[in-house]
Design a protein around this ligand. Structure first.
Ligand code: SF4
Length: 439
């Protein structure tokens, strides 16, 4: 045992990566609390340190390995064990134990129920477990979340069946499996009782959710019927956006009209090599339908430049697609190969680094212009925000999100946390807006 027998074990959890991981860390916290452990927000006091990791980019993995080596200095002073859990654990498996001598445990995303056992394993027993369980949906587990935050994640599905050639997620998170609608609705209602005002429905391809004949549009309506003031969802896949989903967003007042719709490339041949399942024309048609059906919808996207074989003309197609869609914001990346993916096995990473960098700079410049113009157009307008944070300048400064997912900073001596308030936008910066409470 690492901890003193006369006190409860102390666990520290550090989270990397996407919102799915943030939600999983809340669940890990709940699992340890149920097992009568205490949680700490500093690694210095912990008996067990867990890094909940992401494997999407190699740089993220290097960062985690650096962090394990840094935390290992604690072992010189006292007994502490360190584990890597999540996608990176599933991706690198026991090779991670071999390459990082100070690491004690490597555990994949389907093993979380067993985590409290770590506290009873003998000190010299390092081990890895990357077993998968298609039935594991983590139903009925408690959650440990910041009770002051009015916004909460609700996982609706786990895994992904899409097999995009550049992505490790299907290998780290396994095949798609959906939670029952009843469980999702019950969790939403429980969160409302705790004071939550917004749920963010999560899934790797959230709109691939299915239950018998019912699809994601039906789930949206069922969650909407709970009466929670706001609903968001991320990330949908363009292939699974049909008229039923669009109608649900357009007709249910509490579903925010903000859609993150990853396109990845504006060229059909590149999309085919990526195995995205849609053409440029089909993607543009979905965007047209979204803008037509849902008034004031805000759209964001993901783009990868420099995918293997991407010619200059194919890259220009991405620029022209961005012009056509006028995304309000975008997450823009250079391609880098990930071991274990089809793209890594089958395609040569043949776009030179300087070309990738130049293409990245061009998409950033183009997107920054769209984002700036979009935000400037908001100045003078009235927007509802859900206040979910405290600003940098102390207790009289608050931050909140519009229904379109833009962050607004507002000054007020009143307690605004968790409230839906109307603000008038006065100023637009690159990423945030400043506003005043509507008097
Ligand atoms: S849809 Fe594609 S990019 Fe997204 S998680 Fe699945 S395989 Fe990865």
């Amino acid at each position: 045992m690492t901890h003193q027998p006369d006190r409860r074990p102390i666990v520290y959890i550090e989270t990397y990566g996407c919102q799915m991981n943030v939600r999983d860390s809340e669940m890990l916290g709940g699992i340890f609390r149920q097992a009568e452990c205490d949680l700490t927000d500093t690694p210095d006091r912990a008996d067990l340190i867990l890094l909940n990791t992401c494997a999407v980019r190699e740089r993220a993995e290097q960062r985690v390995i650096g962090r394990v080596n840094q935390l290992a200095s604690l072992k010189k002073r006292r007994e502490v064990r360190i584990g890597v859990v999540g996608c990176m654990a599933q991706h690198l498996r026991d090779s991670l134990l071999e390459s990082v001598p100070d690491l004690d445990y490597v555990l994949g995303p389907d093993t979380y129920r067993t985590l409290p056992d770590l506290l009873s394993v003998e000190r010299d027993e390092r081990y890895a477990d990357w077993s998968t369980d298609r039935g594991e949906l983590y139903e009925g587990l408690p959650t440990w979340r910041d009770k002051h935050c009015p916004s909460a994640f609700v996982t609706v599905m786990r895994g992904c069946d899409m097999m995009c050639t550049f992505c490790v997620v299907p290998f780290t998170r396994g095949r798609e499996r959906c939670r029952p609608a009843l469980a999702i609705v019950a969790e939403t209602e429980r969160l409302m009782e705790e004071g939550v005002r917004e749920v963010i429905l999560l899934g790797q391809t959230v709109n691939a959710w299915r239950e018998g004949e019912a699809g994601f549009g039906s789930l949206l309506r069922q969650v909407s019927d709970t009466g929670i003031p706001r609903i968001r969802f991320t990330s949908p896949h363009p292939l699974h956006f049909g008229p039923v989903e669009l109608a649900a967003i357009a007709e249910c007042e509490n579903i925010c009209e903000s859609v993150h719709l990853p396109v990845q490339s504006g060229n059909t041949d590149v999309l085919e090599r990526m195995n995205r399942g849609y053409t440029r024309a089909e993607y543009l048609e979905i965007v047209r339908a979204l803008r037509e059906t849902i008034p004031h919808v805000t759209l964001s996207t993901d783009i990868i430049v420099g995918f293997p074989g991407e010619t200059e003309a194919q890259f220009e197609d991405t620029l022209s697609l961005m012009e056509a869609c006028a995304f309000e914001s975008g997450f823009l990346f250079k391609y880098s190969p990930r071991s274990g993916t089809r793209a890594d096995r089958e395609f040569e990473d043949d776009v030179p680094e300087e070309v990738k960098q130049r293409r990245l700079e061009r998409v950033i410049e183009l997107q920054t212009g769209f984002t700036r113009r979009f935000q400037e157009a908001m100045v003078g307008g009235e927007y509802e925000i859900l206040v979910d944070g405290i600003g940098d300048r102390g207790p009289d400064q608050w931050t909140g999100k519009t229904r379109g997912n833009r962050t607004v900073v507002v000054e007020s001596g009143e307690q605004l946390m968790g409230r839906l308030v109307t603000v008038v936008i006065e100023e637009s910066g690159t990423w945030t807006l400043r506003g005043r409470l509507k008097g």
